[in-house]
Design a protein around this ligand. Structure first.
Ligand SMILES: N[C@@H](CCC(=O)N[C@@H](CS)C(=O)NCC(=O)O)C(=O)O
Length: 329
């Protein structure tokens, strides 16, 4: 675990001293956009045109943020349009690495050993964290974006000429609802589990914990009213929540001490998680081996023995009851 300072790698854990033991996620630094027509997106000066074969995605199968982008690449049928590299599940003193084992691909573009080499290839004086996902432009040899919430918007809308244009996970008419759910789910749930797990004071942990379970209760209630968060169609808001839910019982409940309840204890949330898991293509993006080995194996401050628990028994392919709601045609 570490970060780059003026292009130099430094091995450092998150600093929570200045924030009363609270984990604060840093802003992603590369924020350009790929557009259909190659015109710069609003407020940007750089332009990246959507083209097949030009872009490459770097992901970790363990990471919930990267997982969003993998799901969009899969469901929008962009696997032949955007190529892929999968980092190793262990994140140690060199950060993410490209060891080839257990289904990791290595760096299929440059043969680098470490993900931080890709960041310094894009910007030799980069300072900041070296995170996945990364959307890379093979033509300009630079990072377009390392912000998952924006990468999924690009995959949803910019590549329809080659992908599945019939699927829109951010439809015009639902945007207000989707944005509202995203806000709630990001702070309290997606990032909330990290705020529990990486807290270094009791107070910071309890604050995050209460928010997390308050938000899960609200989602449980909503899912008693509709099949998906924004109604009867699957949207971006569901996929953003799903990647946290699928990691919850195997990892966050134990490793991050999010243990008031398991997802399995919530009837709606557990059925909903299975419903989304069973959307064709999604199960192939879920790798519980990477997920468990990454968290339990990499965070020595939380789990010094690095022992990976064998359980729990989970079957996301088991039947669910979400068909009781109408689904839009
Ligand atoms: N805001 C980013 C967050 C990505 C992120 O934090 N990824 C984690 C993996 S789950 C990471 O690479 N962490 C490395 C680090 O913080 O040094 C996004 O959503 O894309």
């Amino acid at each position: 675990m570490g970060l780059l300072v003026d292009g130099q790698w430094q091995d450092k854990w998150y600093d929570t001293k200045k924030s009363g033991g609270r984990f604060e996620r840093s802003e992603s630094r590369f924020r350009d956009w790929i557009t259909r027509d190659g015109q710069p997106a609003e407020g940007r000066t750089r332009a990246f045109r959507a083209e097949p074969g030009r872009y490459h995605l770097y992901v970790s199968l363990a990471c919930p943020w990267a997982h969003r982008t993998l799901i969009f690449r899969k469901l929008k049928k962009l696997e032949d349009v955007i190529s892929l590299s999968v980092v190793d599940h262990f994140m140690g003193e060199n950060g993410w690495t490209f060891k080839e084992r257990d289904g990791s691909t290595g760096d299929t573009l440059y043969g680098f050993d470490y993900l931080h080499q890709l960041y310094t290839k894009a910007d030799g004086t980069y300072s900041g964290r070296v995170t996945v996902p990364v959307l890379w432009d093979k033509q300009e040899e630079t990072i377009v974006s390392n912000e998952s919430s924006e990468i999924i918007r690009m995959l949803n809308g910019a590549f329809d000429e080659w992908g599945d244009a019939s699927l829109d996970f951010y439809p015009e008419g639902l945007r207000k609802d989707i944005d509202a759910w995203n806000d709630r789910v990001y702070g309290a749930i997606n990032n909330g589990v990290y705020r529990c797990g990486f807290a270094t004071t009791q107070e910071a942990y309890e604050e995050a914990f209460d928010e997390l379970f308050g938000a899960l209760d609200a989602v449980e209630e909503q899912l008693g009213r509709s099949r998906y968060l924004a109604g009867d169609v699957v949207t971006e808001a569901d996929w953003r929540l799903f990647t946290t839910l699928v990691r919850f019982d195997p990892v966050y409940y134990g490793h991050f001490k999010c243990n008031l309840r398991r997802i399995a204890d919530y009837p709606n949330l557990s059925n909903y998680t299975r419903d989304l898991y069973q959307v064709p293509g999604v199960a192939e993006t879920v790798n519980l081996f990477h997920i468990k080995h990454h968290y339990y194996g990499s965070h020595a401050t939380i789990n010094p023995t690095r022992i990976v628990p064998r359980g729990p028994l989970i079957d996301y392919a088991a039947p669910h009851d979400r068909d009781r709601f109408a689904r839009a045609a």
